[in-house]
Write a protein that binds this ligand. Structure first.
Ligand code: PXP
Length: 242
């Protein structure tokens, strides 16, 4: 069964709206794990608009499944990640003004910088942090990811999720299916995420070799109406495919 990484950034977004101490992302992680989440994902953004360092440190202490830290390659964030030693890291591109991560990393253009960060993250550890790179479903980016020493790729499903009609949706799905096949062929682990929701997740979960989907926004939105735990259970049910 495909694993579900629950992204809890938006629990912190709600907390920060009122500069309050609740809802607490640490408590959210506990509830998510109890509901069947296979991992907890957070994005420590350069502007700390939701999750902050204190959250990540506390999460590292209490998480029973695994902590996946999404992050840019900014030196202070890399230094922090090295101290925390999360179970996995997903390198993402980051623009200050964006509402959410808009596209995949351009590994081809930033090959040396990203390679150095991967080496740094993997160095001097008893247990190696697994490194994933968030990329568009593109063969050249997949090859580059392999060449710079990534363990996993996370394919960006945003364009598929944003498709305006069935023709476009099928075209984007085909790109993700083809890219997934190639990821397996070059010997990398396969994850995907971004914009996945209760109506579009099944076709992605059905892809051969898909290991984990990272999903945040749609789960938090569903939770408003049915509760966080039920929202996670519903999503887990949808991943039971194939
Ligand atoms: N994967 C990555 C790399 C992301 O940057 C995000 C958004 O933070 C997600 C998955 C989750 O996307 P969504 O909140 O749209 O489910």
């Amino acid at each position: 069964m495909v694993k579900l990484g629950v992204n809890i950034d938006h629990i912190a977004t709600i907390r920060n709206l009122r500069k309050s101490y609740f809802p607490d992302p640490v408590y959210a992680a506990e509830v998510a794990e109890d509901a069947g989440a296979d991992g907890i994902t957070v994005h420590l953004r350069e502007d700390r608009r939701h999750i902050n360092e204190k959250d990540v440190k506390q999460l590292k202490e209490i998480i029973r499944t695994k902590l996946n830290l999404e992050m840019s390659i900014a030196p202070d964030i890399v230094a922090f990640a090295k101290k925390i030693n999360p179970d996995s890291v997903c390198l993402v591109p980051e623009k200050r003004q964006e509402l959410t991560t808009e596209g995949g990393l351009n590994i081809i253009r930033n090959k040396i910088k990203i390679k150095n960060v991967i080496e740094e993250l993997k160095s001097s550890k008893k247990e190696c942090t697994l490194v994933s790179v968030f990329i568009n479903p593109d063969k050249k980016q997949i090859e580059a990811a392999k060449n710079i020493g990534a363990d996993f790729v996370e394919l960006h499903t945003g364009k598929y999720a944003d498709a305006q009609n069935e023709t476009e949706r099928k075209k984007e799905l085909r790109k993700i299916q083809d890219a997934s096949e190639y990821v397996l062929k070059v010997g990398l682990g396969l994850n995907a995420g971004h914009g996945l929701d209760y109506s579009n997740v099944k076709d992605i979960a059905r892809i051969e070799g898909m290991q984990e989907l990272n999903i945040g926004y749609s789960i938090i939105c569903r939770a408003v109406f049915i509760g966080f735990s039920s929202a996670i259970k519903e999503m887990k049910e949808l991943l039971r495919v194939g």
